[in-house]
Ligand binder design. Structure first.
Ligand code: F3S
Length: 438
């Protein structure tokens, strides 16, 4: 961090005496630089003030120790040397590596350890010093009960991981902008976040009315992709999904919305959606949430088919079969792991195979994995030859070496940011159990 001058009066934002004192260096020069960064970030977006973060746990997006991020490690050292930590604690996105469950060749290991993620150990030790919750805190689904970083309705947050932000806003009814990396950490340190966008009532209003007119429950990942690509960073209000999901936010619906939301956030830049009769604000405020000049988007079976067929196939050799598949981006819930186990077992019986037909990696939060390991499903999934990891599949797939594999996934986020090919759940299952034609 560069040296800063901290004079009151040079900011457009209204600041409290406490915030001005920090800016003026009363809590040290490093703290002054931290809050100044948060204030400057807010001023870019026209924030009028900083508001307190009300949830005790932050969540950071930067979980990987990429060698070239030298300024990040320097900044972390400066914070640590000044004795600065976050208020409360934080969880962080998944680790990029897990050699035990996601096997790598010698060459890949060399690339990961010496070049790509050469600073992983050092960075993790820095994370601990500034307030990482615990060893199990590495996941993008920090809000799941097994992880325990679950904000409540109305909470103000400063998270940056897009799939977690959209979930917290839409399903939990918390308030969070799509912040950038480091802003999530700096805001958690000062305990304040600039008030603009999705933190305001106006910013949470929908400028799109989306009508789901499909004949069956749409695949969450494709519906989310369609909406994301259409509305981009706007807020959509979605009609017609309650016909398939009902009006209760039960575990099944939360899993569906987790995957749907991650696709809206990655195929577009959605930070909040409302589902008529289902998500908390839509239930409470209904159509009051829709702006008068909202645009319309109608989604039917043909539109979903069009969207799916528009995905480019980036495999090096598209005529070859898939070599590996990743399921769990965002990380899976406990119930999703159990459901996949049941489906794979049944599918293998049908194809007469004992084991999965290709390297199949399921990814879930460490806390979810531990719970799953206690269940009777765990030995069954292992017996089928699948792997279970808490890795971030994107961090594994997005590099020149692993790009040579034909990687299949049911995640639209992974498809968007890597060369992985997207398949709907049923197609993915057919590939895993080795059904003919797949
Ligand atoms: Fe999570 Fe990594 Fe996917 S952070 S959403 S598993 S890209």
């Amino acid at each position: 961090m560069s040296t800063v001058e901290t004079r009151a009066g040079e900011y457009k934002m209204e600041l409290t005496q406490e915030q001005l004192d920090i800016l003026e260096g009363k809590k040290g020069e490093t703290m002054a630089k931290v809050i100044k960064t948060v204030v400057m970030f807010g001023e870019i977006f026209g924030a009028k003030r900083l508001v307190p973060i009300t949830h005790n746990s932050g969540h950071l997006v930067t979980s990987f120790g990429i060698g070239i991020l030298a300024p990040l490690y320097r900044t972390m050292d400066e914070l640590i040397n000044a004795g600065i930590k976050v208020k409360g604690d934080f969880t962080v996105d998944p680790r990029p590596l897990d050699y035990k469950n996601v096997k790598c060749t010698m060459l890949e290991k060399l690339l990961f350890n010496k070049i790509l993620y050469s600073k992983q150990e050092q960075y993790e030790s820095q994370l601990k010093k500034v307030g990482l919750k615990d060893e199990d805190g590495f996941t993008c689904t920090c809000y799941l009960p097994e992880v325990g970083n679950t904000p409540k309705e109305g909470d103000i947050l400063a998270w940056a991981e897009s799939s977690a932000v959209v979930y917290a806003n839409s399903v939990l009814g918390a308030r969070c902008n799509r912040n950038s990396g480091m802003l999530d950490l700096f805001s958690s340190i000062v305990g304040y976040v600039p008030e603009f966008g999705l933190l305001t009532d106006e910013g949470r209003k929908a400028s799109w009315k989306v009508y789901v007119n499909t004949t069956k429950k749409p695949e969450a990942q494709v519906l989310g992709s369609a909406i994301g690509m259409k509305v981009m960073e706007d807020v959509p209000y979605v009609y017609g999904l309650d016909k398939f999901l009902g009006t209760e936010l039960n575990d099944e619906n939360k899993s569906y919305l987790k995957d749907f939301g991650a696709a809206t956030a990655s195929n577009g830049a959605v930070g909040l959606y409302h589902i008529d009769n289902l998500t908390p604000e839509a239930k409470r405020c209904g159509e009051e949430l829709i702006k008068p000049d909202a645009k319309e988007y109608i989604i039917d079976d043909a539109e979903l088919e069009r969207i799916k067929n528009s995905y480019p196939i980036m495999w090096k050799d598209p005529n070859k079969k898939a070599d590996k598949c990743f399921i769990g981006c965002p990380h899976l819930t406990l119930q999703q792991l159990k459901d996949w186990t049941d489906k794979i077992e049944k599918g293998l019986k049908e194809t007469g195979r004992k084991k999965v037909a290709l390297t199949t990696v399921f990814t879930a939060a460490p806390g979810v994995v531990k719970e799953f390991q206690k269940s009777e499903h765990y030995p069954r999934l292992m017996a089928a030859g699948a792997k279970l990891s808490s890795i971030c599949p994107l961090m594994y797939t997005n590099n020149p070496l692993t790009k040579k594999y034909n990687i299949a996934t049911n995640s639209n986020k992974l498809r968007t940011y890597s060369a992985a090919r997207f398949y709907e759940d049923d197609e993915m299952l057919a590939i895993i159990v080795g059904k003919e034609g797949h």
